[in-house]
Design a protein. Structure first.
Length: 256
């Protein structure tokens, strides 16, 4: 059984390749006899040993024989005092993976550019399934003031929505290194992009016009008494007084 692994402790996939002390692996060999000398082998080459103290023996690999990326067959054998070395155990297949996932992020295929929408969409593609990638893992920059991003669910492909733009400018989304891992526990590299910049154009504010408490629709050319736009008949030279109410969506004075 492989003890040290990546995301899962039972899938036998690991980034630890025994090339150094920091990347040693640990196995537990069952069926040992107390006092026996137990050897651990990878593809028939001894990579660790220990003296058994009971029916199961933990063995750390030697941290010096590099197991290249790929599948390796791990076996064990023991030599009891005064006896011949046993035959090798049934093999345990493990996968060594020391390469972290790559990732690209670009504006989504349906994203208009430029846009005045309050949400801007991106797509992220990882080179292999990843774990731990979530909202908060997007780095935003540019001049439009974008300040938050939501990450959808996925394994290799993720949809991302960006919010908070408040001025005309650019929105740029990137993914930093180390925000997600593959099954072996390798962290992702920083993102690359073909087109991860979207131009945001702040829409002009709408002016709401009302007469006698009634909204007047854009383009309304029909005089009506109900909204005060029918001024009736006036004698030349007599004053005509009507009032209007103007409100703006902006939190600033509305000058007409």
């Amino acid at each position: 059984m492989l003890f040290r692994s990546g995301v899962s402790a039972t899938d036998n996939i690991t980034k630890l390749d025994n090339s150094a002390q920091a990347s040693m692996l640990q196995f537990v060999v069952p069926g040992t006899v107390a006092g026996a000398f137990v050897e651990l082998l990878a593809d028939g080459i001894v990579i660790g040993s220990a003296t058994a103290s009971g029916t199961a023996t933990a063995i750390n690999t030697n941290g010096s024989f590099d197991l290249l990326d790929g599948t390796h067959q791990i076996t064990a054998r023991q030599t009891e005092p005064g006896k011949a070395t046993s035959t090798a155990s049934a093999a345990l297949a493990i996968e060594i993976d020391t390469v972290g996932p790559a990732v690209t992020i670009d504006q989504h295929s349906v994203q208009a550019d430029p846009t005045s929408s309050t949400s801007i969409y991106y797509s992220a593609f990882f080179s292999e399934p990843v774990y731990g990638f979530a909202t908060g893992d997007i780095t935003l920059s540019g001049t439009a003031g974008a300040n938050s991003a939501a990450v959808g669910s996925g394994t290799t492909q993720f949809n991302i929505a960006v919010f908070g733009m408040n001025v005309t400018g650019t929105v740029i989304a990137t993914i930093a290194a180390g925000v997600a891992t593959d099954a072996a526990g390798n962290a992702n590299a920083g993102s690359t992009s073909t087109d991860n910049t979207v131009t945001f154009i702040l829409s002009a504010p709408e002016i709401a016009v009302a007469g006698l408490g009634q909204d007047i629709a854009n383009g309304d050319t029909s005089p009506a008494n109900t909204d005060g736009t029918d001024f009736g008949i006036a004698i030349l030279g007599d004053p005509v007084v009507r009032s209007e109410e103007h409100t703006s969506e902006l939190q600033s004075p509305c000058n007409l």
